[in-house]
Structure formats: structure tokens, C-alpha cells
Design a protein around this ligand. Sequence first.
Ligand SMILES: Nc1ncnc2c1ncn2[C@@H]1O[C@H](COP(=O)(O)OP(=O)(O)OP(=O)(O)O)[C@@H](O)[C@H]1O
Length: 292
Amino acid sequence: MSVSQTGPLAITDAKIVARNIRRVFQIKRNGDDKPTEFEAIKQLDLTVKPGEFLAIVGPSGCGKSTFLDMIAGLARPSSGEIFMDGKKITGPALDRGIVLQGYALFPWRTVRKNVEFGLEIKKVPSKERKEISQRYIELVGLKNFEDRYPHELSGGMKQRVAIARALAYDPEVLLMDEPFAAVDAQTRETLQEELLRIWEKTKKTIVFVTHGIDEAVFLADRVAVMTAHPGTIKEIVTINLPRPRDGIRSSAEFGWIRHKVWELLQNEQSQEKKAKPADSSIAESISSSAAL
Ligand SMILES: Nc1ncnc2c1ncn2[C@@H]1O[C@H](COP(=O)(O)OP(=O)(O)OP(=O)(O)O)[C@@H](O)[C@H]1O
């Protein structure tokens, strides 16, 4: 039997395999007759192992969220394929849980009802739903907040609800797009430690997009560094730091790995600056419109 290979793992042995991904957006600007093609991602290959915690970092606008959306099945690659457990991803499904930066909670639902949302879709009976939601509410440290509404919670608490909601319907893969960006530094560190504790307990595969180098190195087994636009994988850094990682941030090894990732990103950003005069106008106009 011939099995396609991407990196060291066969498609069937890896949790997620992205093969030769390209993503092009059609941009129509005022006054243009025809849309212009904007290549956001090109030739992106990546393999995620079962149970792995993989972080993705890269310069702003390099395509991190676009790539995550494609793994989630919310968008399709223009060419190339993404597989999960050997099957091609063609749309969203409950085997992948998504946690986004803006919490995306339902404001009219209590904490419990938010956490139960995926279970309702799965048609889990009410008694079982309550048991499962309670377990995850407690796992993320929100016991006694079950009946609160999102507007009655802090940013860190909302983010915990979003994590509990994604975990409660037991997806095999958790896709996280800058989930802790909106909280203060101290809460972020607490949430990072909690996420590691949950990951060690639940053995989920996690793909975690972040701007934070410290965050990526602290959390991940491997950090995939993307190039500037058009984004592809520049290098994958294996984080050989022991676990549990409490207190590791002050160690020399942490500082050394952090510096290595920082350097890779720094090179990318300076190369992008040099390349800018040639194709800056379209990239800039699109990036700024996307930021609005
Ligand atoms: N729907 C869209 N239409 C047109 N261009 C888009 C669209 N979505 C994203 N882009 C462009 O694709 C590129 C990649 O965007 P993406 O949001 O994936 O980057 P990112 O790496 O997640 O950025 P950041 O780190 O700033 O969040 C950007 O230049 C963006 O402007």
C-alpha cells in the first residue's frame, strides 16, 4: 500500500496533515473592473501529531487565522488539502472545537447554557448535559458561576467559558486563535497554566495561534514559525523543555529557545520590510481593511 508522506508521519498516523496549501483572496477595489488576486498563503505543509500541542507564530497578516479557519473547515484552501485522521476536511464538524479571541459567547445564555451548547447540538439528554457541563465548568475554575450571564463575567472568566464550551462536546482537536489576547498579563499566565493542566488531563491535540513568543514556547511541544506574507512554514522549533513547566519561564533554556524563535520572526519582519516597496500597496490596503 502506498501512503502519502508529509514530514515524518504518514497521513493516516498524523492527526492533521496540511499539504501544499494555497489560499488566494479575490480583492475588488473601487474603480477596478476585475478583482485582483491576493495570495495570503502559499505552499504550506504541516503535520500535527496526535495529542500534540502545536503553536503557530508569524508576522501580522501572514495567514495564521486563515490557516486555522481552513483546519476548522470554515474556509477552503484555493488548492492543496487538509486531512484529519486521514480524512479530507471539507467543512466544520464537532470533532474540532474552536476558541477565538473575542470569546464569541452567547450573551443570552448563562455560563451553563453556553457550555451545553455543543451538547444540545449533539442531542445529549438533559441530565447528562448537566453532568458534563458541570464537570467542565469546574475544570476551568468556574464553580458557583453557572447561572451568570457573560456580561456579569470578567474577560478571563469569559475565556474560561469559551474553553469549557469547546471541551464539553469532546472534540478531538482544539483550535485556538489568540484565545488569551484580550486579557491582562497575569490572567493570561493563569489561563496558560490552566490550559496545560486541561491538555495533560484530556490529551487533546491543540493547534494554538498566538503573537506571543513566550506563550508559544511555554505551552507548545513544537512552535511553527510562519514567513511574512504570503505565509508558509519557515521553520518548526521543537520545544524540549520538561513538563510540568511551572516556573520554567525564568530558566536559561526557556530564554534560549525564546530567543531562537524571536530571531526567526525578526528575520522575517526585516525581510518583509525590504520586500515592501515592490508589492506594498495592495498588501497594505488589504491588511488595513481587514484590521478595521
Ligand atoms: N476575507 C478576506 N478577504 C481578503 N483578504 C483577506 C481575507 N481574510 C484575510 N485576508 C488577508 O489575508 C492575509 C492573512 O490574514 P490572516 O488574518 O490570516 O493573518 P494573521 O496572520 O492571522 O494576522 P494577525 O496576526 O494580524 O491576526 C492578510 O493580508 C489579510 O488581509
